[in-house]
Design a protein around this ligand. Structure first.
Ligand code: HEC
Ligand code: HEC
Ligand code: HEC
Ligand code: HEC
Length: 442
């Protein structure tokens, strides 16, 4: 009897021990974590313009430094981009797009969605970014062939699966694509089933390129842990970067124009539960330029300068014939006092400013730093129209040759309306007429 009890106690002890040792092996899996660095919506922003300190963030000279710093700190990192690197098509835009792809190739991304903006130069163009890890799960493109999923095995043993779906409605070829873009939800489901059957990933990251609400609805998909969504229409778009947490999952969006990089830390505890920590990192002047990228930007500048001179004749033909601007020198003859105030103002030195930063050939700067760029009779080049440098009287009061030759009261009375053409959010975030006008009052 006693023996029997003893025996039973042994059995119980053994069983308990068994359970305990099971539990112990569970505790031996330490909690693990990894970092996702996410970008997107770059929209052609190779480098910030430098017009306003507050907006002096982003640019690839800094992004490369930042990526290197992150990679040095941890091997358990995933780098992803949600697309829309390019802007609307133009000749200069195409030069930019090539430099963007160079930069994106240098950065060691793990997955990049081709956004709708990235297709503006055609699909074949994307081949020039051959070493960019494009990823697309719900579309077949004709000229490039990105995989449907990517797997990254981290040093800490975690297996991360990535997939990427786009909204057919955003893609120019959507109506003519002959079914090449399939329903995002359905294809995501299929890919996830396949992944779960083969790779058994610890975490599934779904990249999406669509409007926010649509992407957010995909967070409910079984198996998805993280949704990272991008899409931008214009560089003034405000993007909601606040994460949405839901049932142990998270939805995030990168900000506009590469000014900030998203960092998402994913922690997996002993029981397999995931928790998230998200923050945005400003790529501001605390981050040094990467020397190689300084050279890269100089190369870009040189091509823009070449294009500027190559298109000089065309611009002269288009805008040089008409004469409608008088120039500040002519206004000076009658409005001496006003001219004095103006020439001491920053408007009177706006050309010098872009010259100082070696940008006096870049249409993207000239349009706000000279008089009448890309307008009939306006600025062509420093050599052709030396009298139309800077932000002159006629930028605000309108072309005044007629007035100068036959002065009448009432001329140029809409000047107030002009400010907002140049003092826009991305270049002059603090603009406020009642604060700015006193500084140039004349
Ligand atoms: C064609 C573009 C353009 C227009 C139109 C324009 N500005 Fe400017 N403004 C600039 C540029 C460029 C600068 C910076 C010049 C520099 O420092 O090189 C500037 C600078 C200024 C500054 C100096 C800011 C400072 O903090 O010192 C003031 C003030 C200003 N603008 C007021 C105005 C007001 C008021 C209007 C409308 C009545 C106006 N601007 C219209 C382009 C423009
Ligand atoms: C949409 C109009 C616009 C465009 C485009 C633009 N600028 Fe400006 N820039 C401004 C205005 C407005 C200011 C004055 C901002 C203020 O003080 O509020 C300014 C100021 C500056 C300053 C003076 C900063 C300082 O404090 O001394 C620099 C440098 C500058 N711009 C460079 C550039 C360069 C380089 C480009 C092209 C890559 C460019 N800008 C394109 C409107 C523009
Ligand atoms: C940045 C824009 C801007 C520039 C540059 C500028 N002005 Fe003005 N100017 C204004 C505004 C705004 C007013 C205020 C009246 C109004 O609302 O039209 C004004 C007013 C005037 C007036 C009328 C003042 C009055 O008493 O009614 C004259 C004359 C004038 N400017 C001449 C000039 C001359 C000459 C230059 C160049 C040397 C010049 N302005 C440059 C924006 C500008
Ligand atoms: C030959 C002399 C002369 C020249 C050159 C001249 N103006 Fe005038 N401007 C006048 C006279 C005269 C008036 C009308 C003053 C009045 O009768 O109130 C005037 C009025 C104006 C007004 C105010 C309009 C109003 O009635 O409130 C503005 C703004 C102005 N000029 C801007 C300019 C600009 C900008 C230039 C250069 C493109 C320029 N002017 C060149 C003589 C000149």
């Amino acid at each position: 009897m006693i023996r029997h009890r003893l025996f039973m106690a042994w059995v119980a002890a053994l069983t308990l021990f068994g359970i305990a040792s099971d539990a112990r092996s569970l505790t031996e899996i330490p909690p693990r974590e990894f970092l996702i660095v996410y970008s997107g919506n770059t929209l052609g922003e190779l480098k910030p313009c430098g017009c306003a300190k507050e907006e002096d963030q982003g640019g690839f000279e800094r992004r490369v430094t930042y990526f290197k710093q992150v990679a040095m700190k941890s091997k358990n990192t995933l780098f992803v981009d949600t697309g829309d690197s390019f802007k609307e098509p133009s000749r200069q835009g195409k030069i930019k797009a090539r430099y963007l792809m160079q930069a994106m190739s240098l950065l060691k991304y793990d997955a990049v969605i081709p956004g709708d903006k990235d297709l503006v130069y055609g699909e074949a163009f994307l081949n020039e970014g051959a070493s960019i890890p494009w990823l697309l799960s719900n579309a077949r493109l004709s000229k490039i062939n990105p995989p449907e999923t990517r797997i990254k095995k981290l040093e800490n043993g975690l297996t991360i699966a990535m997939l990427a779906v786009v909204d057919p409605d955003l893609y120019y070829a959507a109506e003519h694509n002959g079914g090449r873009i399939t329903d995002p939800k359905e294809s995501a489901k299929k890919s996830i089933d396949k992944l779960n059957a083969s790779e058994h990933p610890d975490v599934i990251v779904l990249l999406t390129h669509m409007k926010r609400d649509k992407a957010l609805s995909l967070l409910a998909l079984d198996g998805v842990d993280v949704v990272i969504n991008g899409h931008i229409e214009a560089d003034t778009d405000v993007i909601d970067m606040t994460p949405v947490k839901q049932d142990g999952k998270i939805f995030i969006q990168p900000g506009p124009r590469g000014q900030k990089m998203g960092e998402l830390t994913v922690r997996i505890d002993k029981a397999g539960n995931k928790s998230f920590d998200q923050r945005m990192v400003r790529l501001d002047s605390n981050i040094k330029f990467d020397p190689k990228m300084i050279k890269w930007y100089e190369d870009y500048n040189r091509e823009v300068e070449d294009l500027f001179f190559a298109s000089l004749d065309a611009r002269k033909d288009q805008h040089g014939k008409e004469k409608v601007y008088a120039s500040e020198q002519m206004c000076l003859t009658c409005h001496l006092g006003k001219h004095d105030v103006w020439s001491k103002s920053r408007h009177g030195h706006a050309y010098e400013t872009i010259n100082r930063v070696n940008k006096a050939f870049d249409p993207e700067c000239l349009k706000c730093h000279v008089t009448g760029f890309d307008r009939a009779g306006g600025f062509i080049s420093e050599v052709d129209t030396p009298d139309l440098k800077n932000v002159q009287c006629e930028v605000c009061h309108g072309p005044g040759l007629e007035h100068a030759e036959d002065p009448q009261p009432g001329f140029g009375s809409n000047a107030q309306q002009a400010c907002k053409l140049c003092h826009v959010k991305n270049h002059s975030p603090n603009f406020n007429f009642s604060k700015y006008w006193p500084k140039i009052k004349h």
